[in-house]
Write a protein that binds this ligand. Structure first.
Ligand code: SAM
Ligand code: SF4
Length: 332
């Protein structure tokens, strides 16, 4: 391998999140308005071969972990073939997906065969009526079936991501924690983050990871820290109940950022590199991909993006402004 991607703050960049679509089959209240968002014209969405070209160039410079997201990645046609091609690129060691789980039951076995290691499934309520209210879809059972099927086919560890919103679903924190006592799933609580949506983010709707942990300790039993093994490094602080098959993870982008160890780049479905979830600085790769530019030119853009990666976000400082894109457009 030639030179690796290291930013100006000495962080090695070895992780890329690729959004394959801005389309979605749900309309979560914190992510999209009921009518959906204005979608990118199909010709402006990167084709699979373009995504694979970027992945190949990135992998040649040390990016070994890829996560596929969206929008909802499973709604894009041809996703299985794409994942197969991606997993066979030299240097790609870890391939995973973030999905709302609606289509997961049908896809799980094929995802595994395509070379996918794991799934992260977003699930914010275990109550049918509330799930419906939060996602504007009646698919709770599909998501639960998808989780079980993923465990069955070995897309493990199965991770369940719950965005906690005060006054909305915080009364289900314990029910989610209890799932880790029954199943070998990693239940991860994510602080509600500020994006431009109709719902309107307010700081007082955000429950901190510390508050969530205290609540679990008080009401569900004592949590013991889990020491991350190789490959276990990530933004989640990991815990476990004694003798539980599953784990608890706490992710605190708002109250306690983990920017110092941030190793990731995001590629949006319309071909922009975003170096930080909360920065609107974007480096356009699509133009270079389509004007006959060489791999060397694309490589230079990649290095430029890494050089511009900010040291940290500023959610808790006055200079912070909400992102102009929502998560579904950035690729969460
Ligand atoms: N559609 C897929 C899904 O929902 O898993 C992948 C894309 S979605 C944008 C990725 C993740 O972003 C989901 O786990 C979702 O809950 C999370 N997300 C969206 N808006 C958020 C917000 N304001 N705060 C925290 N997480 C958010
Ligand atoms: Fe769709 Fe995921 Fe956004 Fe929900 S969070 S609307 S499932 S993209």
């Amino acid at each position: 391998m030639t030179n690796t991607l290291v930013d100006t703050h000495s962080r090695k960049i070895d992780y890329m999140r690729i959004s394959v679509t801005d389309r979605c089959n749900l309309r979560c209240v914190y992510c999209m308005p009921p009518e959906g968002i204005e979608l990118t014209q199909p010709q402006n969405i990167l084709r699979y071969e373009e995504l694979l070209r970027i992945a190949r160039i990135s992998a040649a410079h040390g990016v070994s972990k890829f996560r596929i997201t969206g929008g909802e990645p499973l709604v894009r046609r041809g996703i299985i073939e794409f994942l197969k091609d991606l997993s066979s690129i030299k240097g790609v060691e870890d391939l995973s997906i973030t999905t709302n789980g609606v289509l997961l039951k049908d896809y799980a076995a094929r995802l595994k065969e395509a070379g996918l290691r794991r799934v992260n499934v977003s699930l914010d309520s275990l109550k049918r009526d509330r799930f419906q209210k939060m996602t504007r879809g009646d698919n709770l059972q599909n998501v639960l079936d998808g989780l079980h099927e993923s465990e069955y086919v070995g897309l493990t560890p199965v991770k369940v991501n719950m965005v906690v919103i005060k006054g909305f679903n915080d009364d289900e924190i314990i029910a989610f924690a209890d799932l880790s006592k029954e199943r070998p799933w990693h239940i991860r609580y994510i602080e509600y983050m500020p994006f431009n949506t109709q719902e309107g983010w307010q700081k007082d709707k955000c429950l901190s990871a510390k508050e969530i942990k205290e609540l679990i300790n008080q009401q569900a039993g004592e949590l013991y820290p889990v020491i991350s093994g190789p490959g276990g490094a990530g933004p989640a602080r990991r815990y476990k109940f004694k003798d539980a098959p599953g784990e608890i993870g706490l992710i605190s982008p708002v109250s306690e950022h983990f920017c110092g160890s941030c190793n990731r780049l995001r590629l949006t479905a319309d071909g922009k590199i975003r170096t930080c979830l909360f920065s609107d600085n974007e480096i356009d790769l699509k133009t270079a991909l389509r004007d006959g530019s060489s791999d060397d030119a694309i490589e230079r853009l990649l290095f430029k993006a890494v050089a511009e990666k900010p040291s940290q976000h500023h959610i808790n400082e006055n200079v912070f402004k909400k992102c102009s894109r929502t998560m579904s457009l950035i690729g969460g």
